[in-house]
Design a protein around this ligand. Sequence first.
Ligand code: PLP
Length: 427
Amino acid sequence: MAVDTSTHFARTLQSQADPLNGALVRADFPVLNQEPRAGGQRLAFLDSAASSQKPQVVIDALTAYYERYNANIHRGVYELSEIATAHYEESRKRVARFINARSAGECVFVRNTTEAINLVAQSWGRANIGAGDLIVFTTMEHHSNIVPWQLLAEETGARLGHVRITPEGRLDRDHYAELLAQEPKLVAFTHVSNSLGTVNPARQMIAQAHAAGAVTVLDGAQSVPHLTVDVQDLDCDFLAFSGHKMLGPMGAGILYGKKPLLDAMPPFLGGGSMIRKVTLDRTTWADVPAKFEAGTPAVGDAITLGVAMDYLDGLGLDRVWQHEQDLVTYALDRMRDVPGLTVYGPQDATDRSGVISFALGEVHPHDVAAILDEDNVAVRAGHHCTQPLMAALYVIATTRASFYVYNDHDDVDRLVESIQRVADVFR
Ligand code: PLP
């Protein structure tokens, strides 16, 4: 029985020569094509930084897995298990191609970015970090790139250093250089800020960290879904990202690590699948990546992540990035006309992703989001799991709109008109 998951293409694929057409792409996403609430407009979904919607091909691939070849993988000496195993390992190869890893063995399936970073902290960290060692991260990190290092520091007695941000919401590169001069063992930072949209100069920062003798962890949760991330070009030691933010299902994410590092690291979780030989006294480990995939993985989700990557490749990552640049430029332009509106982070689209955090005078961000919801405009309000960044901005929370492949100028118009309505309500 052969099940082919390799032939999924967007129903609305356009010529790669044309700019991406968000409205056409939207046709592939069932959630976005539902009947609007009575008398309302269609959903303007502007919360993809939290989790993206899924195209029909991804939903179909997940259904196909459960309908046609659901079985536990590896070691099953029957056809269904062999098919599931083949698709799981094929998906790993697609992941490797997507980020240009040297081999599929450098790509470990995990649940999400959070698990990937915790894996590095607990495995590489415990083996390599000792009392007094310096771990550097930045003020703009998501909590999942802060808390694991704090836990590690508490356990080992390591020190923590935090790169400050500039008033414009970029990393203070002078401060970064000062911290590097103290020869940290590890440097962890986000490629793209989930709260400000700032795109950090990852390649240069990684080169600087290496020159200072540090191992680097790049949080790719907000970059891998939106722009071409090439791990060999960036030269990062580890890269973490989540499938659910890039059109894939919840339940599958990736830890990329350079093979020599992964080979040398002890396991993170112990149990089935990650072993070579177990006796009552002692266990030896399987090779990577199996060493880090203890227990039954999310097989269907991992397979379907590969399909989501195919879909994104079909759209073309360069076009995806251009599309988001176009949307954010248009949005920043229109938002400037709303009196009392503050946009956080870089003020133009240069080195900025399709994420816009804003405040409307004294109106509470949750009230803004609630009124936008009345207009069927879905945005997020809160600290976005970046409380230290909020403290650096002297705010408790912001309202955040984030764009992706299925958004267009009409969504931006809806956002701005709805914000204008909030301003009128509170005037
Ligand atoms: N890092 C960044 C920059 C994020 O934006 C997020 C999620 O919003 C995460 C890490 C955590 O991702 P997950 O919840 O999928 O583990």
